[in-house]
Design a protein around this ligand. Structure first.
Ligand code: DQA
Length: 145
């Protein structure tokens, strides 16, 4: 089984972007940790991607659905705005775990609602980059069942 780790807008700025909120690690650091975890968990294929464009995320979710790949999704701010991502997950049947580095519920109220959560298999927030790794473990466990 394949694993796609998909990152949305502004996550390319990790490391320099609001380090008090998101930490000092870069997206390349998150990628390296995810790759090691996915290999340890036995995934056949691993891809780690980032885009600042909503429609690109939609296309990638469709691709995951076609491939039967598990998805770890940090949709960034599109989490709070995107009916298109909600529909893409629902329509493609992709198995998605939603991850946020920060605890969105402890932040501004506009971050409290997620269009992804109702169609996600699970949600991990506020644990930093560790959340990505826990999501990978969860998808790997499911794949064994
Ligand atoms: C985020 C939280 C979002 O509210 C924000 O827009 C992001 C990052 C997180 O990982 O904590 O871009 O998804």
């Amino acid at each position: 089984r394949d694993l796609l780790v998909l990152n949305g807008p502004n996550l390319n700025l990790l490391g320099t972007r609001e380090p008090a909120v998101y930490g000092a690690g870069t997206l390349a650091d998150v990628e390296a940790a995810c790759r090691a975890r996915a290999e340890a968990a036995g995934f056949d294929g691993f891809e780690f991607r980032q885009t600042n464009h909503e429609g690109v995320l939609v296309d990638w979710i469709h691709e995951a659905g076609r491939r039967g790949a598990g998805v770890v999704l940090n949709a960034g701010a599109y989490t709070h705005t995107s009916v298109a991502l909600h529909d893409a997950i629902k329509g493609s049947g992709a198995r998605v775990i939603e991850v946020h580095i920060s605890n969105v519920h402890a932040r501004e109220s506009f971050r409290h609602h997620s269009f992804i959560s109702p169609v996600a298999a699970g949600v991990i927030v506020g644990l930093g980059p560790l959340g990505y790794l826990l999501a990978i473990d969860a998808l790997a466990e499911e794949a064994k069942r």
